[in-house]
Design a protein around this ligand. Structure first.
Ligand SMILES: Cc1cc2nc3c(=O)[nH]c(=O)nc-3n(C[C@H](O)[C@H](O)[C@H](O)COP(=O)(O)O)c2cc1C
Length: 178
């Protein structure tokens, strides 16, 4: 049974986290927002370049704008806040960096009972204009956060089994042991 709980072990957090797209109207405390942004700041980047920047969006009208600028994340209009992750595409590894920071923020949030969802589909021109995003940075991923609208119990993750995913010593070799 998967539940949102506080102070989970790292593995439990990974194992239970689901992407949440429906949020309650309860405000997330500033201390939690700050903790999520600190998790982002502390994440490592390739060559420690720290090329990323984060735009925190809390204002309801701006969250609406964010939803309007999105093609695959209209649900962000109902988030308590969102973070636009900007990365510099001149670094070949910038998408890996984005994935790492995204997951760290989501896990830091989940650990404190906060759900989050992400989207990547945007009308880039509108988004750049609405949020003053400079041309040298890409709006790589946008994450919405908030308390989940309902308690998450009994929902299982839809994932492939271990044996479909893991090979031993060579691709395709299924007889082996962990
Ligand atoms: C690279 C990437 C892009 C994604 N883009 C979107 C998106 O545009 N909109 C959205 O609602 N979810 C998006 N998702 C969320 C996935 O749909 C979600 O992680 C997946 O369904 C597993 O969800 P679960 O952990 O709740 O089972 C994206 C996830 C990843 C990793």
């Amino acid at each position: 049974m998967y539940i949102v709980a506080e102070d989970m072990e790292a593995f439990d957090c990974i194992a239970t986290k689901l992407d949440i797209r429906e949020y309650s109207s309860e405000d997330v405390p500033a201390s939690i927002r700050s903790n999520i942004l600190e998790a982002a700041r502390l994440t490592g980047t390739g060559l420690n370049t720290q090329h990323w920047r984060f735009v925190l969006v809390k204002d309801k009208d701006n969250l609406k704008k964010l939803a309007e600028d999105s093609t695959s994340g209209k649900w962000v209009a109902g988030a308590n806040f969102a973070i636009i992750v900007l990365t510099n595409p001149k670094y070949g590894f910038h998408m890996i960096d984005a994935g790492r920071v995204l997951q760290n923020m989501q896990l830091a949030a989940w650990n404190q009972g906060i759900g989050s969802g992400l989207f990547t589909g945007v009308n880039e021109e509108k988004l750049r204009n609405d949020f003053s995003i400079p041309m040298d940075l890409n709006p790589t991923v946008i994450v919405g956060f908030g308390y989940p609208v309902r308690k998450l119990t009994g929902k299982r993750k839809n994932r492939l089994p271990h044996d479909d995913l893991v090979f031993y010593e060579k691709y395709g070799r299924t007889n082996g042991q962990v």
